[in-house]
Design a protein around this ligand. Structure first.
Ligand code: HEC
Length: 241
């Protein structure tokens, strides 16, 4: 009897500890470790309470494509990256979202997970974001992930892009970067656009938003544009290595 009793108390403590511990971990996990980060969707139109069935910002020639990618980039990297990988390059913890087809089927599945999350055997593997972040953030993130360049797209052009980065960085150090190097900058811009055109998405979305397309767009004839293009390539290429 005594033996049983002396055994029961430590066991009870052990049990209580185990239960408390698992409750704490379950709670942390349920929230995905970090509180969802509010998304600044300024510059994008409001979409109303009714959930759309297809990405309204898919068309790269549309008025809101660029801003959607921008908003989505920040929203994704704050709320989704820790499971789905930085820049949407999955480390294996959760599916690679770059591959989700950029069409209405892909959108339906995307929204299903975004709005409801995913729970398995009572454990939240992915929190629900619909109520917290809303519809504008949903489609902005969708636009961002579907416009990521496919695997290897950047690597294939790494040498050329690094060359452009070095040249642009050199120019940016000069006082009149744009006017003094006009012809060379024009040919770099042209080549960047050519490379950007070759970069495909894995989702089938019509245009990849890449370091090449961003750097080309930054070269707008101004000195600040030269510095900004150099910066885009520096940051983007260091991430690709
Ligand atoms: C705490 C980790 C976690 C976070 C944070 C997270 N997810 Fe997930 N997500 C998962 C897991 C795990 C799955 C796989 C579930 C399954 O088997 O369908 C998944 C699946 C998905 C899918 C289905 C993909 C497919 O190919 O089937 C989509 C879409 C998705 N997540 C979008 C998002 C978006 C958008 C965000 C950020 C707003 C996000 N997730 C944040 C863990 C997470």
């Amino acid at each position: 009897m005594i033996a049983t009793k002396s055994c029961t108390l430590p066991l009870a403590i052990a049990l209580a500890t185990a239960v408390t511990f698992s409750m704490v971990t379950a709670k942390l996990y349920a929230h995905g470790d970090v509180t969802p980060q509010a998304v600044d969707t300024s510059g994008l139109p409001e979409l109303g309470d009714e959930w759309l069935v297809e990405n309204p910002w898919r068309d790269p020639h549309g008025e809101h494509w660029k801003r959607a990618v921008e908003v989505g980039s920040s929203a994704y990297n704050q709320n989704c990256a820790r499971c789905h990988g930085l820049g949407a390059v999955s480390g294996g913890l959760a599916p690679d979202l770059r591959k989700l087809e950029a069409n209405d089927y892909g959108d339906e599945w995307y929204l299903e997970r975004y709005r409801n999350g995913y729970t398995q055997s009572g454990i939240t593997r992915m929190p629900a974001f619909g109520e917290l972040l809303g519809q504008e953030a949903a489609w902005a993130i969708r636009t961002y992930v579907e416009t990521r360049p496919a695997e290897d797209a950047v690597e294939k052009h790494l040498d050329v892009l690094q060359g452009h980065r070095d040249t642009l960085s050199e120019h940016a150090k000069q006082e009149k970067a744009a006017t003094e190097n006009e012809a060379e900058l024009a040919s770099i811009k042209e080549n960047l656009m050519e490379i950007a055109g070759k970069m495909k998405t894995a989702s089938g979305a019509p245009k990849a938003d890449s370091v090449a397309s961003r750097a080309a767009a930054a070269l707008d004839g101004s000195d600040a544009g030269v510095a900004s293009a150099a910066e885009i390539l520096t940051v983007g290429l260091s991430a690709a290595q």
